[in-house]
Design a protein around this ligand. Structure first.
Ligand SMILES: [Zn+2]
Length: 417
């Protein structure tokens, strides 16, 4: 019975991988469809093992059998949150030689759900899933694992076939049948498919606006080192050195419903005191989230970097109204207009260095993600010199307001070089 429960949680855990959105909501959207299909496949695989003679179950039937089980997932969630499921699953799997790629993937996902953040063991489990997979026949697993690793900020070359997110099931449909971050979301409603809990949604205005993010994402309200900040003196002088080493790569842009996000590449790095941090992605806010002496700028770009240890470094580039920016023109010419859509035009390469000012003087502070789940331990470097963008280019950005208000300093010092 326990084993059955574990298998059940494993299969549903796959469906719950929408959770990966702790950093990248958009990747969740791309991954959810893949993982949902994968969930069906995992169930089919289990059936095959248990009843070797049986022909492959029709997908529709599989979904039908999954639905009642999905409801039991709620019951298992408490156990998931306190780590018991993970313990049991790891004990069960420790006795088995060579886990299937589905199980490795499931283990990685359950680890992530339990730990609330990527740790080396979940990354290892996801990587193992990739190593073992039969590359010809298991593209869904490859895509799900690669997207999950990429969402966790790992250096992963996601296959081109995995880049296009599946169409959303309906406009305004829940983005992911996901468990809440930190596994606590007692009031979340069931989505129509009955697949467990729906991911908490958030906006920049109204009842789902920043003042209420804390209801679904506790760190947004309770965190003591939140970002953005109002940048104002006195500043503490530091010797930190910053070196930007960005390279041109294939252009891929995504409209995730909150911003336009451009995929980074493993070759582009930020070096902080010579230590490299690969560029994961960069995105835009309007107006700038950071304020300078109480005033926002027209826009800001956040270049998000993450190393293997999961340390996050954000390089902020402020934008003021001025001349047309040729780098921005390339991006806006390829802007995906529909939420959830990706543009990866053939043969178009882009170097993020085109969006940097020449001067590299900075302010720096310890902060957080400025979108839910507002996780902390994110170091910000805000370049003092803004870049230009024309009034038309600013107007073309499809999000009128996507800036979180400035947050209390709570005793932090803002540094400068
Ligand atoms: Zn940002």
């Amino acid at each position: 019975m326990k084993r059955l429960l574990l298998e059940l949680v494993l299969v549903l855990g796959l469906g719950a991988s929408g959770y990966f959105g702790w950093t990248q909501w958009n990747t969740v959207k791309a991954t959810t469809g893949q993982v949902k299909t994968l969930t069906d496949e995992a169930e089919t695989t289990k059936t095959k093992v248990e009843e070797a003679e049986k022909a492959q179950t029709e997908q529709a039937e599989t979904i039908k059998t999954l639905q009642p089980k999905a409801q039991q997932f709620d019951a298992a969630q408490g156990a998931l949150a306190d780590g018991q499921i993970l313990d049991d699953l790891e004990k069960l799997y420790a006795k088995q030689k060579g886990l299937s790629s589905e199980r490795q993937l499931g283990l990685g996902v359950i680890r992530l759900l339990t730990k609330g953040a990527p740790d080396s063991a979940s990354i290892e489990a996801l990587n193992k899933a990739l190593e073992q997979v039969d590359w010809k026949n298991k593209q869904k697993i490859i895509c799900a694992a690669q997207n999950a690793l990429a969402a966790a900020g790992q250096d992963v070359k996601v296959l081109a076939e995995c880049n296009t997110p599946p169409p959303l099931s309906a406009p305004g449909a829940p983005a992911a049948p996901a468990a809440a971050p930190e596994g606590k979301e007692p009031d979340a409603k069931k989505d129509k498919s009955g697949h467990g809990k729906q991911a908490a949604h958030w906006e920049y205005e109204g009842s789902l606006g920043p003042e209420n993010w804390g209801k679904d994402f506790p760190t947004c309200a309770k965190g003591k080192a939140q970002a953005p900040l109002n940048i104002t003196g006195p500043f503490e002088r530091v010797q930190t050195t910053l070196a930007v080493d960005y390279k041109a790569g294939a252009l891929s842009l995504l409209n995730n419903g909150h911003t336009i996000q451009v995929q980074g590449g493993p070759d582009s790095k930020l070096r902080v005191d010579s230590k490299p941090y690969p560029l994961v992605q960069f995105h835009f806010h309007r107006p700038s989230e950071e304020q300078i002496d109480g005033k926002p700028m027209a826009m800001t770009i956040h270049f998000v970097h993450k190393n293997d240890a999961g340390e996050l470094m954000v390089l902020g580039v402020l934008i003021k109204e001025g001349n047309e920016n040729p780098g921005i023109k390339t991006l806006w010419d390829n802007m995906p207009e529909k939420e959830g859509s990706v543009m990866a035009p053939d043969g178009v390469r882009f170097n993020p260095a085109n969006l940097l000012p020449r001067e590299r003087d900075f302010w720096s502070y310890e902060g957080s993600l400025t979108t839910p789940p507002c996780s902390e331990k994110v170091r910000f470097f805000i370049l003092k010199t803004p870049i230009n963008m024309s009034r038309e280019q600013i107007a073309q950005f499809p999000f009128k307001l996507n800036a979180r208000p400035v947050q209390p300093l709570n005793g932090r010092t803002i540094q400068t070089n």
